[in-house]
Design a protein around this ligand. Structure first.
Ligand SMILES: *[C@@H]1O[C@H](CO)[C@@H](O)[C@H](O)[C@H]1NC(C)=O
Ligand SMILES: *[C@@H]1O[C@H](CO)[C@@H](O)[C@H](O)[C@H]1NC(C)=O
Ligand SMILES: *[C@@H]1O[C@H](CO)[C@@H](O)[C@H](O)[C@H]1NC(C)=O
Ligand SMILES: *[C@@H]1O[C@H](CO)[C@@H](O)[C@H](O)[C@H]1NC(C)=O
Ligand SMILES: *[C@@H]1O[C@H](CO)[C@@H](O)[C@H](O)[C@H]1NC(C)=O
Ligand SMILES: *[C@@H]1O[C@H](CO)[C@@H](O)[C@H](O)[C@H]1NC(C)=O
Ligand SMILES: *[C@@H]1O[C@H](CO)[C@@H](O)[C@H](O)[C@H]1NC(C)=O
Ligand SMILES: *[C@@H]1O[C@H](CO)[C@@H](O)[C@H](O)[C@H]1NC(C)=O
Ligand SMILES: *[C@@H]1O[C@H](CO)[C@@H](O)[C@H](O)[C@H]1NC(C)=O
Ligand SMILES: *[C@@H]1O[C@H](CO)[C@@H](O)[C@H](O)[C@H]1NC(C)=O
Ligand SMILES: *[C@@H]1O[C@H](CO)[C@@H](O)[C@H](O)[C@H]1NC(C)=O
Length: 498
């Protein structure tokens, strides 16, 4: 539902026809069949993936969420800056208490201003985002245009993961991981718009007309995997990532991390009469990793002889090797932000510097944690030897507002550097080094002054084995100023450590 209102921009100019985009999300059980098995999942409005939210730059979005599922729920609006609307961000016990089962409801209200492109929304409680997700598209205002040729049409492709569970769905996968203290079970298959595409009857179809250019809006909604995306006999021009425009980048393979979005133009100009697979495959730097089945969708040219197409074998794109880090690094290394008149560029002054190691570790069971392996602890992500512990009594935002850091909700002492320095990335040195292997738990925040510029060096570690770890900071975009493999320049680091 879309209503109209006259809104004021910050500089006082009237924005004609800024709209209020309203939705009601009923979260509940949905029975679906995938991979030859019927199962009950948690979904929004009986749809999987969930409903698309479509707005224009400057619109206000209002979504009432009604929880008819058996689980606590919240919804996160992934990538939305939430200026002056932090209560609407969504992570459970960070900005709000969860919406309880039994048809409790909560209304999210925020505006999308100064952002154009593809974002998405998902549940932000336990593993429920595996099935509770959908696209959030922000288009330019009618008076404005894209900094690239206007495409003829667009297709939204949500990439996900599917677990072939026979019982209570994904909550069981999570319970199992906590109980054993190990990795969650791998998903059985990847999906494109909810379909694994391993069989013809469960495959998403993408219709195009010859000669047209399409804007593909890709969202990686997978829980774990960074993905390679290709379309047989077609190439792309990447024009935006995470609702930020990029310099046009030509490539035949897209690399996309969990949580990330990519907007890419694709020209429908392949050889006539052909049928082509669209494929999403795991990228995993670990050698010998086990992985989920590659997802496929079918690209079909409209208005061409059905007969011709039926007799053609479907062409599969040649996918990179699962551990093709060179391809992944080439993609990320060549993507650059689009310089635009009047838009901010990389800050020249840094106020605060941080060096943050991150990777997997073993965390002790929290006192009240029932789902935990008491002898082993649980596998946990750790940054500077701290694994984040959600508060139990009130949300972080509520505590911050009430000035409650001293009252046991959180402490303002997240470390600016790791407790020790060593060769973090040489597996034969780092793997099993107990200095960072047994992490502490804590609700420790880094407090900043308004308008500070922060430089963060993220140092991945091989302490429990090497793994890809994308990073997303709610409410902010980054300028990536450098990236590479190995340890961050030691001399700088030692000077920094003083
Ligand atoms: C955006 O949202 C904030 C918080 O809800 C509100 O104060 C502000 O007026 C809104 N701005 C516009 C242009 O709608
Ligand atoms: C749901 O949220 C409530 C309120 O925060 C909490 O007391 C309860 O333990 C949560 N339930 C589950 C299953 O996590
Ligand atoms: C929803 O599914 C769960 C798990 O299968 C089940 O325990 C619950 O009873 C179902 N709820 C409703 C309202 O159907
Ligand atoms: C807990 O961890 C220990 C040690 O790794 C292991 O032997 C045991 O099987 C685990 N418990 C469960 C329930 O998986
Ligand atoms: C999923 O489960 C069904 C039923 O148990 C089984 O037939 C099928 O092979 C499984 N598929 C995968 C990919 O594990
Ligand atoms: C990968 O598997 C091969 C063959 O089984 C084995 O020789 C090699 O050591 C394994 N590599 C790792 C890093 O586990
Ligand atoms: C990728 O994995 C294969 C098979 O496990 C291995 O032979 C190869 O060396 C790996 N390549 C890289 C770049 O790690
Ligand atoms: C990794 O560490 C081992 C053991 O100290 C050493 O022999 C090896 O040369 C190191 N590898 C690299 C690439 O630095
Ligand atoms: C483990 O890390 C410590 C730093 O805490 C370092 O001094 C030590 O050399 C490392 N151990 C190995 C075997 O590299
Ligand atoms: C990391 O945290 C664990 C758990 O608190 C602690 O035992 C260990 O000493 C810490 N590591 C360092 C290098 O301080
Ligand atoms: C933020 O800091 C910059 C200088 O770094 C200054 O130019 C700007 O006015 C400040 N903005 C606000 C809103 O304080």
């Amino acid at each position: 539902m879309v209503g109209h209102a006259s809104l004021q921009t910050l500089d006082g100019c009237a924005v004609a026809d800024a709209a209020i985009v309203e939705h009601t999300f009923h979260v509940g059980n949905l029975t679906v069949e995938r991979l030859g098995q019927r199962q009950v999942i948690t979904a929004v409005n009986g749809q999987f993936p969930g409903p698309k939210v479509e707005a224009r730059d400057g619109d206000t979005i209002v979504v009432r969420v009604v929880n008819k599922s058996p689980y606590n729920i919240t919804i996160h609006w992934h990538g939305v800056l939430q200026r002056l609307s932090a209560w609407a961000d969504g992570p459970a016990m960070v900005t709000q208490c969860p919406i309880l089962p039994g048809a409790a409801s909560y209304t999210y209200r925020f505006n999308v201003t100064g952002q154009v492109g593809t974002l998405w929304w998902h549940a932000h409680v336990s593993f429920l985002r595996a099935t509770v997700y959908g696209a959030l598209l922000i288009r330019p205002r009618p008076s404005s245009r894209y900094p690239f040729p206007t495409p003829h049409a667009e297709h939204t492709l949500l990439l996900g993961e599917w677990w072939n569970t026979s019982t209570g769905g994904l909550v069981d996968v999570e319970r199992q991981a906590f109980l054993t203290g190990g990795q969650p079970a791998n998903s059985a298959a990847l999906t494109i718009n909810g379909m694994p595409g391993l069989h013809a009857h469960q495959m998403h179809h993408l219709h195009v007309a010859r000669g047209n250019t399409y804007l593909l809006r890709l969202v990686n909604a997978a829980l774990n995997y960074q993905l390679f995306f290709k379309v047989a006999a077609h190439a792309f021009t990447v024009v935006a990532v995470d609702a930020c425009y990029t310099d046009p980048y030509h490539t035949d393979v897209i690399v996309i991390a969990p949580g990330q979005t990519v907007d890419a133009l694709m020209h429908a100009g392949a050889a006539p009469g052909g049928r082509y697979y669209v494929a999403a495959q795991v990228y995993q730097s670990i050698a010998n990793a086990t992985y989920s089945a590659t997802a496929r969708a079918l690209l079909l040219y409209d208005y061409e002889e059905e007969e011709d197409q039926q007799h053609q074998e479907i062409m599969m794109p040649t996918m990179p090797a699962l551990n093709d880090s060179a391809t992944a690094q080439r993609f990320y290394g060549r993507l650059t932000g689009l310089l635009r008149d009047g838009k901010p560029t990389v800050p020249q002054r840094v106020d605060t510097r941080m060096l943050v190691t991150y990777g997997l570790a073993i965390a002790p069971c929290a006192p009240a944690q029932t789902l935990c392996n008491r002898t082993r602890g649980s596998l946990a992500a750790s940054m500077n030897n701290v694994s984040f512990q959600l508060p139990a009594s009130m949300s972080l935002l509520e505590a911050a507002r009430a000035g409650r850091s001293a009252a046991g909700v959180y402490t303002r002492d997240f470390p600016d550097r790791p407790p020790v320095m060593f060769d973090f990335t040489n597996a034969s040195v780092a793997n099993g080094n107990t200095s960072l292997m047994f992490t502490s738990r804590g609700t420790r925040v880094k407090a900043l002054r308004f308008n500070e510029t922060v430089e963060v060096v993220l140092q991945n570690t091989a302490v429990l084995g090497p793994e890809n770890h994308p990073l997303h900071l709610h409410g902010f975009n980054f300028y990536v100023v450098a990236q590479g493999t190995g340890n961050f320049h030691r001399q700088w680091a030692f000077n920094f450590l003083g």
